[in-house]
Design a protein around this ligand. Sequence first.
Ligand code: GDP
Length: 372
Amino acid sequence: NQDEEKLTEYLDELEFLAFTAGATVQKRFTQKLTQPDSKTFIGSGKAIEIKEYVKENEIGTVIFDDELSPSQLKNLERDMEVKILDRTNLILDIFAQRAQTSYARTQVELAQYQYLLPRLTRMWTHLERQKGGIGMRGPGETEIETDRRIIRDRITLLKEKLKTIDKQMATQRNNRGKVVRAALVGYTNVGKSTLMNSISKSEVFAENKLFATLDTTVRKVVIGNLPFLLTDTVGFIRKLPTQLVESFKSTLDEVREADLLIHVVDISHESFEDHIESVNHILMEINAHQKPMIMVFNKIDDFSYEKKDEDDLTPSTRKNISLEEWKKTWMAKSKYPTVFISALTKENFPEMKKMIYDEVMKIHISRFPYND
Ligand code: GDP
């Protein structure tokens, strides 16, 4: 039952991703397999079931929650005769739509080509089929090789371009000198940009969609006469495509080089604990997990859980638990300073600001030992 709840949450998120990309989801299919089929990911019976549904309802795209191997993608498209997207491709698509600056666009383009390169044959088999297949193999293969070369060249070029920008950004970061740097981190859509806006009185784009923010924004913030730099970073997500982690290096460098992490959590979201885990996982991957951190639980204005079972705190059964009760759970044992706020109503802002001030001050003092 717990597995099923997890599954629903995962598919809820996938549906939200699809919505962000501009698609409407008509139906969900799930299947329990001990391990994915190496050729088609799902079993053949399930593939037929989906194929029939797609035909009957004139569905344009089938989206998978996992990353499919190039051959799985190819086989599925052939068998089901419909466009297939996997999770990675969907996320890349959203990133491509949302990239604002030339830097973000370059990052996304690189990630897209890296995703595309091993999957080039797929497009060709597709074309071959349309053109009748036989006889196409020769020229097809040559064209693929040409395309591969073009794409490899493009990847090299994009990497060089990013390297140059990375250097510039590193210099910029160095020039920021000794000012303490705090970075907002968190799962996508938890309210980082909203918080950034309300703390720094800036106008960062905030929207109820995934990945509204791709570029980092740095603002100078002053709390109680203490100035520091605050960075809004790209939102993290479960199974963030590796191509993106790599190409968003500079964005993640902001996190890696921050002195203090402000980890924002959407406590109104049923899976907020999973989100925390995903974020911590990525922080570990980029070796930023040992930095001082403040936990900011956001959206308390939207907090409502009903409790069904006394001891059960799993997501959909933890109902009617008050926020006060929550705070007595594992949260009470957190090794990080923790605060509960609403970025919308600004509830508990003074407490949060004091907490940030204290942490920034600690770092500040450790750097400038005025008195010994
Ligand atoms: P980001 O992706 O982490 O930067 O999240 P955003 O700042 O873009 O916010 C995502 C959505 O959550 C937006 O629709 C915000 O209006 C909403 N939001 C942010 N903070 C709060 C809050 O404290 N309470 C409620 N109810 N909604 C919030």
